[in-house]
Design a protein around this ligand. Structure first.
Ligand SMILES: [Zn+2]
Length: 130
């Protein structure tokens, strides 16, 4: 699977987004180390703070299915079907990803491939709790 195919899967996942308030639809596709795929979309709520992002939806689906080792995520987000601008994961999603992923974890966006450390060079982690 090419990065372009991976990103196209994220766009497909965005079609399932529930975003009646922002109309900003996001899709994510999470790839496990052993090749499993978990998709996610953003799910908004009338009580705005209860909204969840596509990336965390995918991570929580994977972890709740017994998978904790991840290789990459593709994220596509935009309004009115325009996914051309890079949709960088928010701080909350980066923090959740950092729980399970090392700094080399790949993040595939519309404009290229990044590493987790590109967006979150330092983070609060389980090391802080020791
Ligand atoms: Zn997020």
């Amino acid at each position: 699977m090419t990065n372009s195919d991976f990103f196209e899967m994220a766009i497909k996942s965005a079609e399932k987004a529930y975003a009646p308030y922002s109309n900003f639809k996001v899709g994510a596709v999470l790839l496990t180390d052993d090749g499993q795929i978990f998709t996610g979309c953003n799910i908004e709520n009338a009580s705005y703070s209860m909204t969840i992002c596509a990336e965390r939806t995918a991570v929580f689906k994977a972890v709740s299915s017994g998978f904790k080792n991840f290789k990459a995520i593709a994220v596509a987000g935009g309004i009115d079907g325009d996914f051309s601008k890079p949709c960088i994961p928010c701080g909350a999603c980066l923090q959740v990803l950092s729980e399970f992923c090392d700094n080399d974890f790949m993040i595939v966006l519309s404009d290229g491939v990044y590493r987790l450390s590109d967006f979150l060079p330092k983070m609060f982690s389980k090391e802080n709790l020791k």
